[in-house]
Design a protein around this ligand. Structure first.
Ligand code: SAM
Length: 235
């Protein structure tokens, strides 16, 4: 892509991204694919990276951080099974791109970022693009956002040493959480699903104050930047 690339050029590349990187890898949730086809990913990367915005990989966004590979964004979003009224928490705003995708599919999105410069840039762009249902907050997202819980869905876009109990506690009944977790030298993307209690008898709390109705599934191997914070890795 040259310096004079137009919106039409980028729309064409975005369409190819959906067909070649997402549909071809069996992603088939039409709502997610429509969001990926709509959100202008090239605006979420630094100008020097625009030519590569629709390539099949992550890209640097400053502060030593990355915007995730389009496939990973779409796959994580698909796993969240979002409805238009859902309240969603994202941990790791980065460029704001994943937040925009979530905002296309859910009712309201809270997104947390520890780097103020990334958060400010993302908030400005999201507003410019008309995403008034996204709230960008600068904080240690490893603790979640208990004051706005419960959430229908939580997505963590940085790798944690373990699934933080405080995030599980902020997931509503029937909620879904997607989180990359490091185990040994590997990382895998996990889906945590919280089921609704059938009755009081299921509402049994364990010693951490969580009920026992969480199902954890390992989805695929992945590589993310680390989640830095109180419930993540030390700085
Ligand atoms: N979702 C992002 C996007 O669409 O561009 C990509 C996120 S990048 C892979 C991971 C982000 O998580 C980085 O911006 C990093 O600063 C952030 N992060 C790491 N630890 C964090 C924490 N404890 N709280 C909030 N953000 C954190």
């Amino acid at each position: 892509m040259g310096a004079k690339s137009t919106d039409t050029d980028f729309a064409h590349l975005r369409h190819r991204m959906v067909v070649d990187q997402l549909r071809a890898r069996h992603l088939d949730d039409d709502r997610v694919l429509a969001a990926m086809e709509k959100v202008p990913r090239h605006l979420f990367v630094p100008e020097t990276q625009r030519h590569a915005a629709y390539n099949d990989g992550p890209l640097p966004i400053g502060a030593g951080q990355t915007i995730s590979q389009p496939y990973m964004v779409a796959r994580m979003t698909e796993l969240l099974r979002l409805s238009p009224t859902d309240r969603v928490l994202e941990i790791g705003t980065g460029s704001g791109y994943q937040a925009a995708i979530l905002a296309e599919l859910a009712g309201e999105v809270w997104t947390l970022e520890r780097h103020a410069d990334l958060a400010d840039r993302a908030a400005e762009l999201l507003l410019e693009l008309g995403y008034t249902n996204v709230h960008v907050i600068i904080c240690d997202g490893s603790l979640g956002l208990p004051e706005m819980a419960p959430f229908d869905a939580i997505v963590v876009t940085a790798a944690a040493p373990a699934v933080p109990d405080c995030l599980k506690a902020q997931l509503g009944f029937n909620g879904r959480m997607v989180i990359p977790v490091t185990s040994g030298h590997n990382e895998d993307l996990r889906l945590i699903e919280r089921s609704a209690p059938l009755g009081q008898q299921d509402d049994v709390k364990n010693e951490k104050g969580l009920d026992s109705s969480f199902r954890e599934t390992s989805i695929l191997a992945c590589t993310f930047v680390p989640l830095i914070g109180k419930e993540g890795y030390p700085q």
